[in-house]
Design a protein around this ligand. Structure first.
Ligand SMILES: [Zn+2]
Length: 141
């Protein structure tokens, strides 16, 4: 855990409340998103209003953490020096059961095992004592 050197979200007094709620839940290994209390839309990324009905009202919903691999690419050119040692690495789009498409990485598998539509589940990467990052693994069986 102490060896984590990649960029991390900054969580401090300047962090907005919505981002803080997301990262606080992630620290407890819960994937949460804003659910519109007017129309039920699960909105991602975090935002001040519902993208479907424009209301500001929402509640945090804990998601299942399951979905399917929507697409992925392999980055051969790292976009940050701290990722260079892992290149090439995959960058994946996961379509969550609840609807949103989430940008992450597939872990605990070889890229050759990846297939569009494969069932996946969240796999938490504990970067620090405070910060856990949602990655995804292939769901077996
Ligand atoms: Zn709405």
């Amino acid at each position: 855990m102490a060896d984590y050197t990649k960029p991390l979200p900054r969580i401090d007094d300047n962090t907005d409340a919505d981002s803080r709620a997301f990262w606080d839940a992630a620290g407890e290994h819960r994937l949460v998103m804003q659910r519109c209390t007017q129309c039920g839309h699960i909105r991602w990324p975090i935002g001040p209003v519902c993208t479907q009905c424009l209301t500001e009202e929402f509640e945090w919903q804990t998601l299942s953490g399951r979905g399917e691999l929507h697409s992925w690419v392999n980055f051969h050119q790292p976009f940050h020096p701290e990722w260079a040692k892992e290149a090439p690495y995959n960058v994946a789009l996961v379509k969550l059961e609840e609807g949103p498409i989430f940008l992450s990485n597939m872990v605990e598998c070889e890229d050759s095992e990846l297939a569009v539509g494969a069932a996946v589940e969240v796999a938490w990467e504990d970067a620090t004592e405070q910060i856990s990052i949602p990655k995804f693994r292939l769901l077996q069986d």
